[in-house]
Design a protein around this ligand. Structure first.
Ligand code: YNC
Ligand code: MG
Length: 388
């Protein structure tokens, strides 16, 4: 069934429910001297390229490959359109390895036809903090699909991760592979219902008119929580404490330090937005919310070409009810002209989704760990991790 994945150190379908298997690494690390020193072989027309994402030209090539060939919805109406600034941010967190940004070119034309990337991350599973790679942006040009290029890309990134003495990875995918640690669902909150209906993202509900729909999704002009403001650089220590404490309750979550928080959560225009609540009395930072910007190309619509979407990232409530905090996040996203606000059912998100008029999406997002077994499937609410 899974000719490639059956050979890999991942939880296998035959082992689901086997409580005799221990949690933790599936294979022990091999000595670094035994890691293959040369890249895996590609079909002879192609060559590996290590991408310097700081170079405008390289960044453009990766951007264009993804913009034309990356993830689409089931009906092929939308395709993710990660911006160049977003890609630079996603690929260059503290301690990143350039060698983990891997392209494939056609030897003759030098056209980039495939890509895969990893970035380092400390991820905690129960009480075990593990250095991992987060693998993302696996993409093969549409004309080169189903030729078994993906397994070579995955083996090559694995080799380069091993060369840095890292033996575990985390990744998400829309497809079912051996075997998810959790299966999550996206929920969508309309901010610009007319456009969403016009482009076929959503449909007019039963017994609804356009004007009733617009009224249903109307939001206040400005946020309601006193002390709600944009995160600034001097907030990094307080936000780090807040978030570390919050994430400690989940079974699987990142182990962020101040450098990670500065990189992943300090606002970056049109990439990541973060807000916090500073108590007007004590000046303590008590609550936090964030979202990242990932537009989708609208395929074949005469009137619109881009869907502007915000994706819920990390949110922490201690004093402001999560429902009110997220409603303020919706208000800011609306002010900034996003069309839709998306959120997974991870962490405590289920407590606000229905009430804030999010609707369930079709399609699931499966979470995976490489070379690390988690005994039973986790509930989405046990996951404290959001990948881009
Ligand atoms: C996928 N998304 O099952 P079997 S998500 C992993 N993730 O292998 P071929 C995938 N594996 O089943 P194609 C996968 N999709 O025979 C397919 N596979 O064992 C497996 N789409 O390869 C599949 N991006 O080359 C099968 O398939 C084998 O030409 C078939 O290429 C696949 O970034 C793909 O959805 C996805 O560009 C590249 O369809 C292509 O179809 C494409 O014949 C549109 O491959 C874009 C898209 C995927 C987004 C993502 C996470 C990737 C995780 C990869 C796994 C990382 C493991 C950890 C490595 C580091 C370890 C350490 C330490
Ligand atoms: Mg292929």
């Amino acid at each position: 069934r899974h000719k490639f994945w059956e050979t890999q150190p991942v939880g296998q379908f035959k082992d689901v429910g086997d409580t005799s298997l221990p949690e933790g690494p599936i294979e022990a690390p091999t000595p670094l001297s035994e890691v293959k020193q040369e890249p895996y072989n590609l079909p002879s027309l192609y060559e590996w390229v290590t991408c310097d994402i700081n170079s405008d030209e390289m960044c453009n090539e990766v951007y264009t490959l993804l913009a034309n060939n990356y993830v689409e919805d089931d009906e092929n109406m939308f395709r993710f359109n990660y911006s160049k600034e977003f890609l630079r941010w996603a690929l260059q967190p503290p301690g990143y390895f350039k060698s983990w940004h891997i392209g494939v070119r056609v030897k003759t034309s030098k056209k980039m036809v495939a890509f895969i990337s990893g970035v380092p991350a400390k991820i905690r599973s129960r009480d075990d903090v593990v250095n991992m790679a987060e693998i993302n942006f696996l993409c093969v040009h549409k004309k080169l699909r189903t030729k078994r290029l993906a397994p070579v890309m995955i083996k090559e990134v694995t080799r380069r991760v091993h060369l840095e003495d890292i033996w575990q990875a985390a990744y998400t995918a829309g497809v079912v592979l051996p075997t998810p640690i959790a299966t999550c669902q996206y929920w969508h909150r309309s901010l610009n219902p007319k456009k969403l209906i016009d482009v076929g993202f959503s449909r007019l509900g039963a017994r609804m008119t356009m004007s009733r729909t617009i009224k249903l999704y109307k939001l206040p002009e400005s946020t309601v929580t006193p002390g709600f403001r944009k995160m600034e650089i001097h907030d990094v220590p307080a936000v780090t404490r807040l978030i570390r404490n919050y994430l400690s309750q989940f079974v699987v979550a990142p182990d962020f330090d101040e450098n990670d928080v500065e990189h992943w959560l300090l606002p970056k225009e049109d990439v990541v937005d973060s807000y916090l609540v500073e108590s007007p009395e004590t000046h303590e930072v008590t609550d936090f919310c964030s979202f990242y910007t990932l537009p989708s190309t609208i395929l074949g619509n005469p009137n619109y070409s881009l869907l502007k979407a915000a994706y819920s990232f990390y949110n922490v409530s201690t004093m402001t009810p999560l429902l009110q905090l997220m409603n303020d996040a919706l208000i800011v996203a609306k002010q900034k002209d996003y069309d839709v606000f998306n959120a997974l059912d991870v962490m405590q998100n289920e407590t606000f989704l229905k009430e804030l008029k999010f609707g369930p999406g079709d399609g699931k997002l499966h979470y995976y760990l490489y070379n690390y077994r988690i005994r039973n499937g986790l509930k989405p609410s046990e996951l404290g991790l959001v990948l881009l």
